[in-house]
Write a protein that binds this ligand. Structure first.
Ligand SMILES: Nc1ncnc2c1ncn2[C@@H]1O[C@H](COP(=O)(O)OP(=O)(O)O)[C@@H](O)[C@H]1O
Ligand SMILES: [Mg+2]
Length: 252
């Protein structure tokens, strides 16, 4: 199962991504957890060692690897280099989990970062289209790492949305981007729901039949974030509201 998670900053993308990642690992299913948000915090929410996380290089910064994978040199860009070794060497591994950071795509005036960006694309292609492991992609609202090609591998995109005007506005924008990429299934996840009004607000602002679930506001989540504890340690910790997704993704 290959899942992408998007939404506004602070909406709960990393929190939701961590639920899914742990649903896989706690059910002994191998999974790639990919932090593709430039404002990267998935590793911490998963409870990975902060020192190891700080030492993990984002893929976009692997200059020497990127050059080696483009051995043709010059203007030649190998569109499909083998990157299985990258998924071995530049991931934090812990049981069934492999964690990696993409880093921000390079965009710049006159400079062409074709090699860097096509390298990230090759890694995503391998994970989404070739490898058997599950994938959870924690992405910013721009979902800029995905292309038409890699989007074909995404079975489901979850757009996390808080019950606010700004949250809904961003969710609609993400939904349009996802439609442009022809992502198979795009579902909304309401988060930090405190009342029936919150739920009604979201269901009347976005297509109600496309909600995969609503996650209540939960003081424990914040408390764990304050203490730097993982948001999920056992299957019992999985937040309510996403049962349909847990069942589809990891058979819980
Ligand atoms: N259901 C929830 N209840 C309470 N706090 C939450 C909930 N979901 C997320 N949070 C908190 O909101 C903040 C932003 O969540 P995070 O997952 O980091 O968002 P994002 O990755 O979208 O920027 C964090 O402090 C997190 O602990
Ligand atoms: Mg995040």
């Amino acid at each position: 199962m290959k899942i992408a998670v998007s939404g506004k900053g602070g909406a709960g993308k990393s929190t939701v991504s961590a639920q899914l990642v742990r649903c896989f690992t706690l059910n002994q299913m191998p999974v790639f957890a990919v932090d593709a948000d430039p404002d990267a915090n998935l590793g911490l929410v998963l409870g990975l060692d902060p020192e190891k996380l700080a030492g993990l290089r984002p893929l976009i910064e692997l200059q020497e690897v990127i050059e080696a994978k483009n051995a043709g040199g010059g203007t030649f860009v190998d569109l499909n280099p083998n990157v299985d070794d990258v998924l071995e060497d530049y991931t934090l591994q812990e049981g069934f989990l492999r964690f990696l950071k993409m880093g921000a795509l390079k965009q710049g005036g006159s400079a062409c970062y074709c090699k860097e960006n096509s390298f990230l694309n090759a890694v995503l292609t391998t994970m989404l289209l070739d490898r058997p492991e599950a994938v959870v992609l924690d992405m910013s609202a721009g979902i800029e790492h995905l292309t038409r090609g890699t989007a074909r591998g995404v079975k489901m995109m979850l757009v996390v949305v808080e019950p606010t005007r700004a949250g809904v506005s961003t969710a609609k924008a993400v939904d349009r981007l996802a439609a442009d990429l022809e992502i198979e299934q795009v579902l909304f996840v309401g988060n930090k729901i405190r009342s029936a009004e919150d739920r009604i607000y979201l269901e009347s602002s976005l297509p109600a039949d496309r909600f995969a679930g609503m996650i209540p506001f939960n003081d424990q989540v914040l408390e764990k974030a304050r203490r730097g504890e993982p948001v999920v340690s056992t299957l019992e910790d999985l937040l309510p509201g996403l049962d349909m997704i847990y069942t589809m993704a990891c058979g819980r």
